[in-house]
Write a protein that binds this ligand. Structure first.
Ligand SMILES: C[S@@+](CC[C@H](N)C(=O)[O-])C[C@H]1O[C@@H](n2cnc3c(N)ncnc32)[C@H](O)[C@@H]1O
Length: 430
């Protein structure tokens, strides 16, 4: 167990480790993603590498920043994503064969359908699954007012019936996804969705919902497709993003093929991406039952407590074992064994992944691994150091740990532990 060089890179990284910088960037701006880094992080890595990578991997694709940027540089990238919504988003952003004129003709067909919506849209389009989607007897809160939901269902119906080409169907679906939260009664509040202030009086008319959608197509999407059409001879579709649990699908990557891995796995912070993107998953009919939901949660990395696991033994790591011991000693009121199981499951997942990375990466390859430390029951878990140990146990060498930012602790932990380090591990396969 080594003491890895810890380098302060906060100056360089503090602004590029957030998606915000992508907000106005071609293609990346199609859907605002909160939990990702910016394209500058990828560019910075490509600049510092002493070689031109031939084949890369992003095991936790999210909104697709890594594969999209690598594709822009002509670098092949295998990517994996378990959430069908994130997968669709990455797929749409990786597609490079859009055509301005075709986009316009589908846009006009959809706009025409929306100008004369069906009277009884709910007989044609199913209401998204769930008990709290719209107002009904006995509910005190609901996700969408009727007018918003009908406006959304009109758009979903128009896309389904008027857009034959799968690529444009997907593109329009992402445009719809980008207005779902805005037209709902909810907002993303860290780890969950909460109700907006004054939501009950904030009614959006059905045609206002249509207008928001068409505006999205007419502005950012049309502008970017025009630029992509001009670029299309230079940039080609590279590897597609694979839908599914990377722990089960990584075999799709040939052994000894990778010279670069860039990723940011779910942090060990009890955040369940399924919860945060629940409205998109439901409205786009990507999750249609409690069984679908549970199956999706079970396929995610064990970084949250939404799935109950039977007791998991910790991997053989003294830093981890010390943390667990300290937590068990703590008298914190919220002590619960689900959290300890989550922590053990998380590192077991990391161990499995790094043993696969070791097979897939050729010598000379580099891994950039963006993680953050966590705190539970007043004990800080040095996630970056433990992952460094796991990587070294699998035959890699940790070159350095770069401190990227200080993150705030949760309200329960503040006062017990200080700020939590977010870092980038740079790991070599010698
Ligand atoms: C921190 S985000 C990745 C952000 C991404 N680097 C970006 O900048 O957009 C982590 C992603 O991992 C995905 N994920 C969680 N468990 C997974 C699994 N078992 N296999 C593949 N993806 C998974 C989540 O759905 C989420 O989109």
């Amino acid at each position: 167990m080594r003491d890895y060089p810890l380098i302060d890179c906060t100056k360089k990284y503090h602004s590029i480790m957030v998606f915000d910088k992508n907000k106005n960037v071609l293609v990346h701006r199609w859907y605002p993603f909160v939990e990702g880094y910016s394209k500058e992080f990828i560019e910075d890595i490509l600049q510092e590498l002493p070689f031109i990578p031939q084949c890369a991997m992003e095991p936790f694709c999210g909104s697709g920043t890594t594969p999209v940027e690598l594709q822009n540089h002509g670098i092949r990238c295998y990517s994996f994503e378990v959430s069908p919504f994130m997968h669709l988003l990455a797929k749409v952003k990786l597609e490079r064969t859009y055509d301005e004129a075709i986009l316009k003709s589908y846009r006009d067909k959809v706009a025409e359908a929306l100008s004369n919506p069906e009277n009884d849209i709910r007989s044609l389009e199913a209401i998204p699954f769930g008990d709290t989607v719209v107002k009904k007897n006995g509910l005190s809160k609901w996700n969408f007012h009727d007018t918003s939901l009908d406006g959304i269902l009109d758009i979903r119906h128009a896309i389904r019936t008027k857009v034959e080409d799968e690529r444009y169907k997907n593109l329009f679906t992402i445009a719809l996804a980008s207005i779902i939260l805005q037209t709902s009664n909810m907002f993303r509040n860290g780890k969950c969705l909460s109700y907006k202030k004054g939501w009950s009086d904030r009614i959006i008319a059905r045609n206002e919902v249509h207008n928001l959608f068409l505006e999205k197509i007419d502005t950012v999407i049309a502008e970017d497709v025009r630029i992509l059409t001009e670029q299309s001879s230079d940039i080609h579709n590279s590897e597609i993003c694979n839908l599914g649990d990377v722990r089960k699908n990584i075999d799709k990557v040939p052994d000894n093929s990778l010279d670069l891995i860039i990723t940011s796995p779910p942090y060990l912070n009890s955040r369940d991406y399924t919860d945060i993107y629940m409205l998109e998953l439901k409205v786009l009919e990507l999750v249609n039952s409690h069984e679908d939901l549970q199956a999706l949660r079970k396929s995610t990395i064990r970084s949250h407590v939404q799935v109950k696991y039977s007791d998991i033994n910790p991997i053989d790591n003294s830093r981890l074992k010390q943390c667990l011991k300290d937590m068990k000693k703590s008298d914190a009121k919220s002590w619960n064994s689900d959290i300890l199981n989550m922590i053990c499951g998380y590192f077991e997942d990391m161990q499995l992944l790094f043993s696969e990375f070791a097979k897939k990466m050729r010598s000379g390859g580099v891994i950039y691994f963006n993680v953050a430390n966590s705190a539970y029951f007043g004990v800080e878990v040095p996630v970056d150091y433990i992952i460094g140990d796991i990587a070294e146990d699998c035959g890699f060498t940790v070159r350095e740990i770069r401190k990227a930012r200080d993150l705030k602790t949760s309200p329960q932990q503040s006062g017990l532990v200080g700020k939590l380090r977010e870092s980038v591990l740079v790991i070599d396969k010698i």
